[in-house]
Ligand binder design. Structure first.
Ligand SMILES: [Zn+2]
Length: 133
């Protein structure tokens, strides 16, 4: 499911799970519903749109990611409900000088060189959010 999620994201599709018991969405996809723990889920494609709830600018990278700092990491509430983490596709200076909370965003993915600690060796796909309008 991990590979499928990221490969779909590269094609512009955000995969999630819809719970057949309580109707809520879980994203990234898992085998159990985030709301009620049901396993009665079906795969679905989400809108990929949401709202920035909070974000931080990363200046000190985790090991292996030193070349990529600084970058902006955001927590986004998707229109379907789940909260997911990705990078904000903005200049860290802009993120520092402006309040981007509550900005509308849409998700996409960037392919980056794989790193030592990343589970996929051939490529690394990083979720990004683009600010709308
Ligand atoms: Zn549920």
């Amino acid at each position: 499911m991990f590979m499928e999620f990221f490969n779909s994201l590269l094609e512009g599709k955000l995969l999630g799970m819809k719970c057949k018991d309580c109707g809520s969405y879980t994203c990234p996809p898992k085998h159990t519903c985030n709301s009620c723990s049901s396993r009665n889920l079906e795969k679905t494609i989400l809108s990929g749109k949401g709202t920035v709830k909070t974000y931080t600018i990363t200046y000190v990278a985790p090991m292996g990611y030193e070349k990529e700092v600084p970058y902006v990491v955001a927590l986004v509430e998707l229109d379907e409900g789940p909260w997911i983490i990705g990078r904000l596709d903005v200049d860290p200076k802009i993120a520092e000088e402006n309040d981007l909370t509550d900005k509308r965003v849409s998700i996409f993915a960037k392919e980056m060189p794989s790193e030592m600690f990343y589970p996929m060796k051939e490529k690394r796909i990083v979720p990004y959010f683009r600010i709308e309008g």
